[in-house]
Design a binder for this molecule. Structure first.
Ligand code: AMP
Length: 538
């Protein structure tokens, strides 16, 4: 027997319509490319999304077409999320930090028909437009009179394009499980792979995410996580669901402009990756500034370090919520929200829990298995491959004809983790980064976090390098605050009471900067390649 409730064919456009009805005047604030602050609200975003959708249809675009954005976090990008997907096409977000070869591969693989482009990124597309034949037109995200000279084919400004759109356009009823958005994985090895989200998966992901973070309707949100990367953790959907004020920093992600925006807009909740927060904290430290309005920050994308957690807590009185996920998971998998028990804990005990990646959001199942696929106990010690399953986790990659999950629906995240008896998950490493030394495993993340606590260390990266006796040994790369090398022994002394003796790096190398990929993650393979023979040659 089936239930008697109404059937539901979701369209994300329903979210922005809801926000227009219920929270019409809640602000959407964006820093534009010019640096100017632009103020919009849910009503305007909704009406302009309708206009965009109606123009796209008039222009011949239809359900299932893939239309790309090469854009910053601004109100226009939010409008495209709704205008494109709401009319049944697929919003494909491109990352402007991609290597041109990867961008060409991705655009051709997705068969993008339009690219909406922010003015600073026009040169990126001009250089490759001969290699992306599926793209019929480029829509430049600016006013009509701001459209620069460009060789881009059929270039038109966004404002001119949507000018005659229909403000009263009504959204179509889409097929069950209709595709909504497309993101490609960072792909450090091989070609990037596409993950095609559905309207349904995005909506239930957003609803579930709201239950797993400390969000209240009067929060003012700083959206540092980019709209081009994993749908900005679901904020563009759950923000309007709850009527949250959204503040988007555009291009200016350095400490000073971020700080100014936070203070000016009374930000209470900030979402971002650790590297961005390191810049913000350094700015505050050097200029004696305090984050006066921020209550919570959600940090994910890379591991949170004790030093960052401590500085947020002790200097700024900001509660840190560690979160973990990935492109293939829409992206939220686990969050670490405060529990009543934490109130009675010592700082050390509380920090030890907060550094874990958190507990699964309802809907996500986790398990850790050994190399043979046997499930490992939840004892906080047994580490193995982290597998996930759930309604917003991919079944297969875009255009692939085989499943990316096993016959029981489990997807291997490529992370090495432990689960404990309270349900917390801790990431030990990426499977490809874990260091195998003398038959034992060294967690590069734990070692990096320990080194990062050294007062002179601005950034740390640990890589396993082949070793004639031990298989692999850790090598530690450091960027210091001053940019200059310091005594290696002071690092070793600092690490000595924090990690096992055999974990201590055999070599420490000082660099001016570490290699970061298009989404801010460390590109360990570059260092591994460069130093591959280091211990072998000794
Ligand atoms: P992406 O698909 O680019 O978002 O990358 C996902 C990967 O980033 C995950 O599989 C993890 O290896 C890593 N990651 C994400 N969040 C965290 C976190 N909180 N701690 C450690 N690693 C993380």
């Amino acid at each position: 027997m089936i239930g008697d409730m109404q059937s539901w064919t979701p369209n994300v456009a329903g979210i922005i319509e809801h926000a227009k009805k219920v929270h019409p005047k809640t602000e959407i604030i964006s820093r534009l490319v010019s640096g100017e602050i632009h103020r919009s609200n849910y009503e305007e975003v909704c009406i302009r999304s309708r206009k965009l959708a109606s123009v796209l249809i008039k222009d011949g675009y239809k359900e299932g077409d893939v239309l790309a954005t090469l854009a910053l976090n601004t109100y226009r990008h939010l409008e495209m999320y709704y205008g494109i997907s709401g009319m049944g096409a697929i919003t494909h977000t491109l990352n402007f930090r991609l290597h041109p070869e990867q961008a060409v591969y991705i655009i051709n693989h997705a068969e993008d028909k339009i690219i909406f482009v922010e003015t600073p990124f026009i040169p990126i597309l001009e250089a490759i437009q001969d290699q992306i034949p599926t793209v019929e037109k480029f829509i430049v995200l600016c006013e009509e009179n701001e459209l620069p000279e460009t060789s881009l084919k059929n270039a038109i400004s966004y404002e001119e394009y949507i000018m005659d759109g229909d403000e009263n356009y009504s959204w179509p009823t889409l097929k069950d499980d209709a595709a909504c958005g497309l993101c490609y994985t960072s792909g450090t090895t091989g070609n990037p792979k596409g993950v095609l989200y559905s309207h349904k998966s995005n909506i239930i992901h957003a609803q579930a995410a709201l239950t797993a973070m400390t969000i209240s309707p009067d929060d003012s949100i700083l959206m540092v996580v980019p709209l081009f990367h994993v749908l900005a953790w679901g904020i563009p959907y759950f923000g309007p669901m709850l009527g949250l004020k959204l503040v988007m920093p555009g291009m200016q992600m350095e400490g000073e402009p971020l700080y100014e925006l936070i203070e000016k807009e009374d930000i209470t909740l900030a979402f971002g990756v650790p590297t961005i927060w390191m810049g913000l904290l350094a700015y505050c430290r050097e200029n004696n500034k305090i984050l006066s309005s921020v209550k919570n920050t959600i940090i994910g994308g890379s591991a949170l370090s004790l030093a960052t957690l401590q500085e947020f807590d002790e200097v700024h009185d900001v509660n840190v919520i560690h979160a973990w996920g990935m492109t293939e998971m829409s992206p939220m998998g686990t969050t670490n929200i405060p529990t009543p028990e934490m109130e009675n804990m010592s700082k050390e005990e509380k920090y030890a829990i907060q550094l874990k990646q958190g507990r699964p959001i309802y809907g996500v199942e986790l398990k850790v298995v050994d190399d043979a696929g046997n499930e490992l106990p939840h004892d906080g010690e047994s580490q193995g491959h982290l597998l996930v399953r759930g309604p917003w986790i991919l079944q297969k990659y875009f255009k692939s004809d085989k499943d990316a999950v096993d016959s029981n629906g489990w997807f291997d995240t490529g992370d090495i983790s432990v689960l404990d008896e309270d349900g917390y998950m801790t990431i030990k490493d990426r499977a490809k980064d874990v260091i195998k030394s003398g038959g034992e495993w060294i967690s590069s993340i734990d070692l990096e976090n320990a080194a990062f606590g050294h007062p002179e260390v601005a950034e740390a990266c640990v890589v396993g390098i082949p070793h004639p006796k031990w298989d692999e040994r850790p090598m530690l790369f450091i960027v210091t605050n001053s940019g200059e090398p310091i005594e290696k022994q002071s690092i070793i002394d600092f690490l000595s009471d924090k990690v096992a003796k055999w974990w201590l790096p055999d070599e420490i190398i000082f660099l001016k900067e570490l290699p970061h990929g298009a989404t801010g993650k460390l590109q360990k393979f570059e260092l591994r390649e460069e130093y591959n023979n280091h211990y072998m040659e000794k």
